[in-house]
Design a protein around this ligand. Structure first.
Ligand code: C5P
Length: 225
C-alpha cells in the first residue's frame, strides 16, 4: 500500500495532567482526562510515526503502537520529553500544573485542633512547551502547543505562540458550557503566525487525525522547499 504519511518521523506527545505532591497522601493537579493527547499519539502512530507519549496519571490505557512513559510531576514530564529528543515534531497537549508546593513533606501533614489550616507555599514549574519551543540544540522542526481558554481565546493563543516559541497553537474554548473538559468532542482553532484556521466541532479522535494530517503535510512541504 501507500507509504504512511508520518513514516520515518519521530513524534513526542505530552498528555494528561501533572500531579504535584504536597505530602505522601495529598497532591495538587490539573483537570485533564488525557483523551485529546492520547488520541493524537494514537493517530500519529497509525500514520507511521515513531511516537513517544509522555503522560501524567490518566484512566486511559496506553495507546497501541506507542512508547508510553508514565510520569507524575511537571519536572519528570520535562525530563522524559527531553530524553525523547531529537524528534521531528512535539505536540504538547498535557495540562501541566503551573505551580508545585515548594516543599514535599515526607510525613503526612497533621490536622492540629485549634491551629487552623496550613499555608501552602508554591513555586513555579518549568514550562515544557516553552523549553522545547526555545531549545537551542534539539528544537523539533514543528512544535505544537495547546491553549485551553475560557475567554479571549485568540489573543491568549497568539500570546502563547510567541512567548513559548511554538509554531502552532491548537486553541479551544473550555468554558463549562462547552462540555469539552472530559468530553468526547472538541471545537478547535489552529493559530499560526500567519493566521487562524477554524475547524468544525469534531470528536477528539477526528481532531487528532486532522492534526496529524496537517503535521504530515507541513513536514513534507518543508522537505520539498
Ligand atoms: O500557559 P498555558 O498553560 O495555558 O499553555 C498551554 C500550553 O503550554 C499547552 O500546550 C501545555 O501543554 C503547555 N505547558 C507546558 N508546561 C507548562 C505549562 C503549559 O508544556 N508548565
Amino acid at each position: 500500500g501507500a507509504a504512511k504519511p508520518l513514516s520515518g518521523r519521530k513524534v513526542v506527545v505530552t498528555s494528561g495532567p501533572t500531579v504535584e505532591p504536597i505530602d505522601p497522601v495529598r497532591f495538587l493537579a490539573n483537570r485533564s482526562s488525557g483523551k485529546q493527547g492520547h488520541a493524537i499519539a494514537a493517530a500519529a502512530a497509525a500514520a507511521g510515526a515513531e511516537v513517544t507519549l509522555v503522560s501524567g496519571p490518566v484512566s486511559l490505557g496506553d495507546p497501541a503502537g506507542v512508547r508510553t512513559v508514565h510520569v507524575e510531576t511537571a519536572r519528570q514530564m520535562l525530563a522524559a520529553v527531553e530524553a525523547a529528543l531529537p524528534a521531528d515534531v512535539a505536540v504538547m497537549a498535557a495540562a501541566v500544573a503551573d505551580w508545585r508546593p515548594a516543599t514535599e513533606t515526607t510525613a503526612k501533614m497533621k490536622k492540629t485542633p485549634g491551629s487552623g489550616p496550613p499555608a501552602l507555599t508554591l513555586v513555579e514549574n518549568p514550562d515544557i512547551l516553552a523549553t522545547i519551543g526555545r531549545h537551542e540544540t534539539l528544537r523539533p522542526r514543528l512544535v505544537v502547543g495547546f491553549a485551553a481558554e475560557t475567554n479571549d481565546l485568540i489573543a491568549n493563543a497568539t500570546g502563547k505562540l510567541t512567548r513559548k516559541g511554538a509554531d502552532w497553537i491548537v486553541a479551544n474554548d473550555v468554558s463549562p458550557a462547552t462540555g469539552v473538559m472530559g468530553g468526547d468532542a472538541n471545537t478547535v482553532r489552529i493559530v499560526r503566525a500567519d493566521g487562524v484556521e477554524d475547524w468544525p466541532t469534531l470528536s477528539k479522535g477526528d481532531v487528532a487525525a486532522r492534526l496529524v494530517a496537517a503535521i504530515a503535510e507541513a513536514l513534507s512541504k518543508a522537505d520539498a522547499s
